[in-house]
Design a protein around this ligand. Sequence first.
Ligand code: UDP
Ligand code: MG
Length: 165
Amino acid sequence: MALLNRISSANIGIFFLILQANKTRYMSGKITFTMIKPDAVADGHIGAILGKIAEAGFKFKALKLTQLTEADAKKFYKVHAARPFYGELVEFMSSGPIVAAVLEKDNAVEDFRTLIGATNPADAAEGTIRKMFARSVGENAVHGSDSDENALIEAQFHFSGREIF
Ligand code: UDP
Ligand code: MG
């Protein structure tokens, strides 16, 4: 009986591994991850930004209003730990609610970066989300993943499998 239990739990584990691998392969290249940052939430731009994202042809695979703890923000932005703005960035990103979302579209990562515009809104093209809604280079309204690999990591940082549709 104990042996049977061990076999079936191993099988279930393998089954879920295969499911996860298939899901990852299916999503690769088609998804990106975004946050509407605390500045844009506080300034009342959630509706307008979600509208622009939908109009640009992205489908919502996951969506929630949430808030990062300081530890969450440190972990999420750890690639920037050596940069001079890291402390400010962590403080800002954990200062209030955000909207987190997983988005689907062909060429999602690149197309979403085009839609949001340059990091500094002063350099962002006319009509981009950052040009329209950002306050400054630090408080720049939205996050967008920079690669397919990071899109998956960031989506899984914020959402459990059952929250992604
Ligand atoms: N940032 C900042 N000062 C800078 C550059 C970046 O405060 O000089 C912040 C800004 O909020 C930016 C985030 O750090 O969105 C991550 O920086 P990154 O270079 O990855 O820009 P992004 O990919 O968001 O355009
Ligand atoms: Mg980046």
